[in-house]
Design a protein around this ligand. Structure first.
Ligand code: GAR
Length: 206
């Protein structure tokens, strides 16, 4: 039997989307093996989720690099090189990885096999706190709904070819927490479907 494609996942926080990916690989919904989980925050709860699932973890500290007089680009090169050379993943998934990637990072992945999850629709609320910003925009009457997407990563933050996107309604009585919950539950589906779709495309283009 051919071996399953491999995924490396980068996180910074709770890792609920990482958990969705772990669960999906275990149930067979996502036909892949997660070979490493990397985090730029050593306290990220997602690292515990990975440990529990028996997945190797790596932590990468930008602060340590800066303390040694090195640059963000040096850091990016180190992270990318470690992932690429030690794990050779078919796909890299950014699942709440709150770090702006340089072109130097991406140069280690010439097949453009890096995917990001973003809790907003294409072109909207790039960067951090997208859900809060969508919620505020709704309150001001600037938007009627929001959404989530997974997309191929390019050097511009939260831009790049969309793999899947879903609209998400905002109700007028929603608290921010209501909206966050609704968004996260859709994210947990779309990240799995998006990863499978991306892997299918990569296999088809080989
Ligand atoms: C998710 O909502 C993800 O879309 C967001 O970080 C959260 C991570 O949650 N990513 C971005 O905002 C990227 N710009 P998690 O740690 O529970 O998976």
């Amino acid at each position: 039997m051919a071996s399953l494609p491999t995924i490396a996942i980068l996180i910074s926080g709770s890792g609920s989307n990482l958990q969705a990916l772990i669960d999906a690989t275990q149930s067979g919904k996502l036909r892949a093996n997660i070979v490493v989980v990397g985090s730029n925050r050593k306290a990220a709860y997602g690292l515990e989720r990975a440990n529990k699932a028996g997945i190797p973890t790596r932590t990468f500290s930008l602060k340590q690099f800066k303390d040694q007089g090195k640059t963000r680009v040096d850091f990016d090169i180190y992270v990318a090189k470690t992932i690429q050379e030690e794990y050779k993943p078919d796909l890299v998934v950014l699942a709440g990885f709150m770090h702006i990637l340089s072109p130097e990072f991406l140069s280690f992945f010439p097949q453009n096999n890096v995917m990001n999850l973003h809790p907003a629709l294409p072109g909207q609320f790039d960067g951090a706190h997208a859900i809060e910003r969508a919620y505020d925009a709704f309150k001001k009457g600037d938007i009627q709904h929001t959404g989530v997407m997974v997309h191929k990563v390019i050097a511009d933050v939260d831009r790049g070819q969309v793999i899947l996107q879903r609209n998400i309604p905002i109700e007028k009585d929603d608290t921010l927490e209501d909206l966050e919950k609704r968004i996260h539950s859709v994210e947990h589906e779309i990240i799995v479907e998006g990863a499978q779709k991306f892997l299918d495309e990569l296999t088809a283009s080989e």
